[in-house]
Design a protein around this ligand. Structure first.
Ligand code: UT7
Length: 334
């Protein structure tokens, strides 16, 4: 079969933004029956940022996007495509167009991808396809979520976990030799959709046409133990599969950047792959689980503080609702 890959993909820059309001574990223990000790020991989380006042998902997504753009020699008008990975849109029809307007990227086509905590990776892979087949040159990929809006603050099993944030990456077409998005592996098991979701609840009330389809979305519900077991067993397999498709070995990994859900998951996945803890990127203590934002937020911080150096092999894996999980391998080149 003829390959449709005509171009390489280069990640030019990253950016991130979080809301100002910081909620620490002590504050949460005033609301539900929990403690800083329990939360930190079981999750690694100390505090999280929560959107407040009139600040919106679009505001933090735009801040992250502009920060990333400012590190490149292109501007918003050069963007051909914007993909916003979010499961907490401002508008059920999609929020990417609001982001396009806010940053003044009037030439770009913009759409949302809904895939919870795997959203950023799936958006990156989608963006890469458009670049590799020659359709677009400059693409903005954003992962942004405000799960605080969908959190039941009386449920101690979930309200301790989530925070809000946004992360962005600018991708550009390049020669095949310069390509630095090396490969990916994506998976879904829809049989287990009900292990982690924000369900739509049908109302029994009569509506105009007696269809019974009126209703509302409920809060986040999660079977924590099952999702934990799923992540620890499936993520290492996805990483191994992606590495072997590229003839790479675990030893060649410089950085393991997993979706920031739980410090124990990060450690368990690293230990299954025999990756030393110094190679594991974690910022859970500061932000908790920011869903689609967690990978680009941690990536941006590790690039900004020079932990990730030019030439480093970065293995990123996302996992969560769907259930969906996957891996993307990046050779970072500044
Ligand atoms: O982003 C998508 C991916 N998400 C994830 O990967 C999350 C995966 N799951 C987890 O991270 C963990 O399952 C949790 C952090 C959610 C929970 O940790 P756990 O070690 O699995 O706790 P558990 O649910 O088994 O609960 C253990 C005990 C229970 O008490 P009993 O039944 O043993 O008496 C809970 O009621 O801890 C209790 N508990 C709490 N206690 C204090 C549950 N939540 C809390 C709490 N504070 N916040």
């Amino acid at each position: 079969m003829k390959s449709s890959i005509t171009q390489g993909v280069k990640m030019l820059a990253t950016g991130s933004a979080v809301p100002d309001l910081c909620i620490n574990n002590e504050l949460i223990s005033n609301i539900v029956d929990t403690s800083d000790e329990w939360i930190f020991n079981r999750t690694g989380i100390k505090e999280r940022r929560i959107l407040s006042g009139s600040t919106s998902l679009i505001d933090i997504a735009a801040l992250a996007s502009i920060q990333a753009l400012d590190k490149t020699n292109i501007n918003a008008l050069d963007l051909d495509l914007i993909i916003l990975a979010t499961s907490t849109p401002n508008d059920l029809f999609g929020s990417a167009s609001q982001l396009q307007a806010k940053i003044g990227a009037s030439r770009a086509i913009a759409f949302d991808i809904t895939a919870a905590c795997s959203g950023f990776l799936i958006a990156m892979v989608t963006a890469a396809q458009f670049i590799q087949n020659g359709s677009y040159n400059n693409v903005l990929v954003v992962g942004a979520d405000v799960l605080s809006k969908w959190t039941d603050w009386s449920d101690r099993r979930t309200c301790i976990l989530f925070g809000d944030g946004a992360g962005a990456a600018i991708l550009q077409s390049c020669s095949l030799l310069e390509n630095n998005i090396l490969g990916f592996n994506l998976n879904t098991n829809g049989q287990k959709f009900d292990q982690l979701n924000i369900q739509y609840e049908y109302s029994k009330k009569e509506d105009l046409f007696s269809t019974g389809i009126k209703g509302n979305f409920k809060y986040i519900t999660m079977n924590g133990k099952e999702v934990y077991k799923f992540a620890v067993s499936k993520v290492p397999q996805s990483i191994q599969c992606c590495l072997s498709s590229l003839n790479l070995s675990v030893k060649q990994i410089n950085w393991l950047l997993l979706h920031q859900a739980n410090e124990r998951i990060l450690n368990a996945v690293a230990s299954r792959l025999m990756i030393p803890s110094e190679k594991v990127i974690s910022n859970l203590s500061k932000y908790g689980n920011t869903s689609a934002a967690s990978i680009p937020l941690a990536l941006n911080e590790a690039i900004e503080d020079s932990r990730i150096q030019s030439g480093d092999l970065v293995v990123m894996s996302g996992f969560g609702a769907g259930l969906t999980w996957g891996t993307l391998i990046l050779r970072w080149n500044a």
